[in-house]
Write a protein that binds this ligand. Sequence first.
Ligand code: HEM
Length: 128
Amino acid sequence: MSSTKTLTMAEVAKHNTESDCYLVINGNAYDVTKFLDNHPGGQEIIVELAGTDATDAFADIGHSLEAQQDLENYLVGPVSDAPKKGKKAAAAPTQVPIRDNATQPFNPMLVVIPLVAIMAIAVAYFYK
Ligand code: HEM
């Protein structure tokens, strides 16, 4: 199954049951009907979102890379009017990287002290 077809959200919305279940994730429609029984998170959670855009739900779980790659097995095609996901991108900066103040990135004294020591030894050697 390498051929894909472009859908609309209205078309995807028709596939909203347990026996005919599409999801939209990141602008693509996926037919996950056959996957429902195998979903490690349970089928109910997916059926609840059947026929809708599940991008945020899918991302919020923090699905593994394997799960993200698995998606491709169920691809139907791109959705022309899928919601644009600016929301997540705007929220991202709230995740400020944690800085560990105990470990300084670079201490110049670590270079200066050995350098002075080497120079002192060199001078002592030279003038002995
Ligand atoms: C076709 C779409 C999906 C695929 C291929 C998929 C795949 C997977 C896989 C492989 C796992 C096991 C953990 C991992 O590898 O990340 C998982 C767990 C889970 N998924 Fe999905 N998933 C899909 C859609 C969804 C959706 C739309 C939801 C809705 C919120 C969802 C909720 C969960 C939950 C709650 C777990 C359990 C997490 C845990 O117990 O730690 N999944 N999914």
